[in-house]
Design a protein around this ligand. Structure first.
Ligand code: SF4
Ligand code: SF4
Length: 418
């Protein structure tokens, strides 16, 4: 007797009108109708159905067999759900906000920081945070602000205290305050640096930061990091107001790789995005065709890809799921234990919990940035930049029209104040 089954690493995911084969062995995704999904499920339960269909020359079934999406077997097997891949994922990274103050006022700051914002972590609060973070097994932290270097000696005390507990410690700075003394300190204790520069053109960067001369200072900072051999990376955030320019004849000693801003903080859609940027952000049929990555699918099935591995601790010791997600607070480290937060349901917020996405067959292949997905109080909304409607199985084809609607003055549901 011949039976039929799904091979190892091939799963069926059902949506409202369509379903998908997730072939994790080959990284391929196959969209099928729900009619075909039902036929496959029935045929695996009752192989006579497939045998009869094959005798009748059923081309779809022959295709599925040829593509190894269904295989013959001498044993009867049932369909293994993709949720069987669920894993418990341990936290591995934490951001610590050491100050809310910044010497710049960037247009798209996720925290709306400026020289006037208040809030700074004390050294004793920092030690509480470090103690609790290292108890969870997290081995990588990033100190962030505001601008951490504004804390001067206090930042040095914080970093020196934290150094023995973590494999990697990175400081995220706007780069304007880096000098030889900081470089010696970073180098001696092996700290990594991340910094922001938004354009090759000085006045474009300065317009974004609202501080004249900031571009020159960051360039000097990058040069110092290089000359001291300090490991660093450069982050560049795109905005419709800032022309990134070109590195003509390699005149600049750094390379920019601009990323779109998350639509949080000051970076609301209409304020920060133009149509070209918005088009890049859309979830479209074309970008859903990218190959499947098994480890990302496992994470998507298991919970929220970022919230599972990250914690963000603000300068008042409040704990949040991510640097940009402030709608949900786990509690305050003065009162709660970070280890307890590992059990929190928000870490397990997979697309199975997100409105509309829960009925979409692509839900385990679709990256989910919650803070970027909406700006309302409701954390469970479908991303506003998705062009697929699982209830009719259609992708929007008029992407220009889709963007125009989002950029209309009356539609700015993505503005979020923190
Ligand atoms: S955002 Fe949601 S509805 Fe859109 S493709 Fe992704 S999972 Fe499907
Ligand atoms: S949820 Fe979004 S902002 Fe937060 S870490 Fe993930 S991708 Fe980044």
């Amino acid at each position: 007797m011949i039976y039929y089954t799904l091979p190892n690493d091939v799963y069926l995911v059902k949506g409202y009108t369509h379903s998908c084969f997730y072939d994790l062995a080959n990284g391929s995704l196959f969209s099928i109708s729900n009619e075909l999904y039902n036929f496959v499920c029935k045929g695996i339960k009752n192989s006579n159905l497939f045998s009869t269909a094959l005798k009748g020359g059923n081309p779809t079934l022959s295709y599925l067999l040829k593509e190894n999406l269904i295989v013959a077997s001498d044993k009867k097997a049932s369909i293994v759900p993709i949720t069987s891949l669920k894993e418990k994922i341990k936290p591995s990274f934490a951001w610590i906000e050491v100050t809310k103050k910044c010497n710049l006022s960037c247009d798209f700051c996720y925290e709306s920081c400026s020289p006037n914002t208040q809030g700074e972590m004390s050294l004793s609060q920092f030690k509480i945070a470090i103690d609790q973070i290292q108890n969870t097994g997290i081995d990588q932290i990033q100190l962030i602000g505001g601008e951490p270097l504004l804390l001067q000696d206090k930042l040095k005390s914080m970093l020196t205290f934290a150094r023995p507990f973590f494999r990697t410690i990175e400081v995220y700075t706007n780069g304007t305050l880096i000098n030889k003394e900081w470089c010696k300190f970073f180098k001696d204790l092996d700290f990594k640096i991340a910094l922001s520069i938004h354009s090759y053109i000085a006045n474009q960067h300065d317009k974004t930061t609202h501080v004249y001369g900031s571009h020159k200072k960051v360039e000097q900072g990058i040069a110092l990091l290089k000359s001291h051999g300090i490991s660093h990376r450069i982050a560049t955030i795109q905005s419709k107001f800032c022309d990134i320019g070109h590195n003509l004849n390699n005149a600049c000693h750094y390379k920019l790789d601009p990323k779109l801003p998350k639509a949080t903080g000051k970076a609301s859609v209409k304020k920060t995005f133009n149509k070209k940027m918005l088009k890049k952000k859309l979830i479209t049929e074309a970008n859903m065709r990218r190959p499947l990555n098994k480890s990302l699918v496992v994470k998507s099935v298991s919970g929220h890809k970022c919230f599972m591995k990250d914690f963000y601790i603000d300068c008042f010791l409040n704990v949040f799921p991510c640097v940009m997600e402030r709608r949900y607070c786990y509690g305050n480290l003065a009162k709660i234990n970070l280890i307890k937060c590992i059990e929190d349901k928000v870490r397990l917020l997979s697309k199975d919990n997100i409105k509309t996405c829960m009925d979409c067959e692509y839900r385990y292949h679709c990256h989910d940035c919650r803070p970027d997905s909406n700006g309302s109080e409701d954390m469970l909304e479908k991303p506003w930049f998705c062009t697929y409607d699982p209830y009719n199985g259609q992708w929007a084809t008029d992407l220009d029209g889709f963007c125009d609607k989002l950029l209309k003055p009356s539609v700015d549901s993505t503005t979020k104040t923190t």
